[in-house]
Design a protein around this ligand. Structure first.
Ligand code: PLP
Length: 459
């Protein structure tokens, strides 16, 4: 079967309401034409993010009932630790309440302010970049060039460019690179996977220069599934074996369990380096809590342990990846421009080519998110000029290369018929695209303006 069906049945349901177009017009107006300002209750299909939006299983909910809320040494911590040993293999396991805290602990420990240290990555996710820069480091994105071509079909568009990595080491010196990283899958690069060969060679290159290698592991299971399907030599291996091999090349990892942990909150840091683990544990006690709970309740640790086991199931991953792929295929068949191939967790509409009559100065991505909401109650997110355009000292505006609208698919949440609804409505909008006009900014904050900006339609 090209698109395998859901490997679960539904035991609990959450009602969602389909508002009228008239109601949505008034809602979006009140929200200043910014979908971040819409109350979630007024949304029918919410594709704002795949982070923390997963549906937990009956097994995970059952695990929450045996939460051991002891301050120290909760039994759930030991299950959490054992599961991380089993999949990731790292010796020291430090729970955190989400992924960015693991990043904060790591970078505040290894970076020295004002030292000009550099962290290479395929693409830093925005919280990773922020934690590197806040702690005085320079975040370098070294993804392969083909990743920048939205229409190029390649199996592993998340790979780091090893030549660029070697050149960086030569240029700045290994002593100024405290660690190197890979983000799997590459979230900021469209959820594209990284090959096992690239992970292994990155590890070899860094280790030759004495540089430790860490993985941003948020979507490790989705990445492992792509390796199984696309990389020769892995078709017969199971997801656990592939994950074991991926992490065997690394010295540690950070992870947001809100992605492939299949939970609504949680994360961790793990490493084989004893000194680093000790320093990070001391900081953890300062900002998160005792080392066996790290900002989480015992029940949360149990839910993560069980989620990490469930995410390895191949029938789940086959359904997951193909649900995203099927949405992409439906759009491609209707001529809708999207970033190709579809990645693991989202479909990205190419707003510049979807609305060629709306210039970047008029926010085509915003125009499309507003149209999606008013037409069908679907919430997506703009990754374009509102998020990234900036002015230089002379007052010239610089626009990003791409104007994207991301449709992130929560895990195990929406049925395939709801995805069909999404595809059909996008296709309807595409056929009626001349009637979608641009926007201007009415209010903007000085930092991270996309979250709170208020917009106004142009005539
Ligand atoms: C979500 C995410 C993070 C940050 O995790 P939070 O749990 O949101 O703090 C870091 N890296 C990547 C690749 C992510 O997708």
């Amino acid at each position: 079967m090209k698109y395998p069906p859901e490997p679960f049945r539904i035991k609990t349901v959450e009602a969602i309401s389909r508002t009228t177009e008239w109601e949505r017009l008034s809602t979006i107006q009140d929200a200043g034409f910014n979908v971040f300002n819409i109350p979630a209750e007024k949304i029918y299909i919410d594709l704002l993010t795949d982070s923390g939006t997963s549906a937990m299983s009956d097994n995970q909910w059952a695990g929450m009932m045996i939460g051991d809320e002891s301050y120290a040494g909760s039994k759930n911590y030991f299950r959490f630790e054992a599961m991380i040993h089993r999949i990731f293999g790292f010796k020291y396991v430090i729970p955190t309440h989400q992924g960015r805290v693991a990043e904060n602990l790591l970078f505040s420990t290894i970076l020295k302010a004002g030292a000009g240290q550099v962290i290479p990555n395929n693409n830093h996710f925005d919280t990773t970049r922020a934690n590197v820069e806040y702690n005085g480091g320079i975040a370098e994105d070294l993804v392969v060039d083909i990743a920048k071509d939205t229409q190029a079909l390649a199996d592993f568009k998340g790979n780091i460019d090893l030549d660029k990595l070697e050149r960086l080491v030569q240029k700045v010196g290994a002593e100024n690179i405290p660690i190197g990283m890979l983000t799997i899958t590459n979230n900021s690069g469209g959820g594209q996977p990284v090959s096992m060969e690239n992970i292994r060679k990155t590890s070899e290159l860094l280790h030759q220069h004495g540089i430790p290698f860490f993985i941003d592991a948020c979507r490790f299971a989705e990445n492992a599934y792509f390796i199984k399907k696309r990389e020769s030599g892995y078709g017969e291996k199971n997801i656990l074996e592939i994950a074991n091999e991926m992490f065997s090349y690394a010295d540690g990892c950070t992870m947001s369990a809100k992605k492939d942990g299949l939970v609504n909150m949680g994360g961790f840091f793990a490493t084989n380096n004893k000194d680093l683990a000790e320093q990070i544990t001391n900081r953890l006690i300062l900002i998160e809590g005792f080392p066996t709970y790290g900002g989480l309740a015992g029940r949360d640790l149990e839910a993560i342990a069980r989620g990490l086991e469930e995410v390895l199931h191949e029938d789940y991953l086959a359904y997951r990846i193909s649900q995203v792929e099927e949405l992409g295929d439906r759009l491609i068949a209707a001529g809708v421009p999207i970033l190709r191939p579809t990645g693991g967790h989202a479909v990205y509409l190419d707003a510049k080519n979807f609305l060629p009559h709306v210039p970047q100065s008029q926010f085509p991505g915003i125009a499309l998110t507003v149209a999606l909401y008013t037409h069908a109650g679907i919430r997506a997110v703009e990754i374009g000029s509102l998020m990234f355009a900036h002015q230089d000292e002379k007052g010239n505006t610089h626009y990003p290369d791409l104007e994207l609208v991301r449709l992130a698919i929560p895990r195990r949440v929406y049925t395939n018929s709801q995805m069909e609804y999404v595809a059909e409505n996008i296709i309807e909008l595409f056929q009626d695209r001349e009637n979608i006009g641009g926007y201007e900014i009415e209010y903007e904050a000085s930092v991270l303006r996309h979250f709170t900006a208020r917009m106004k339609p142009l005539k």
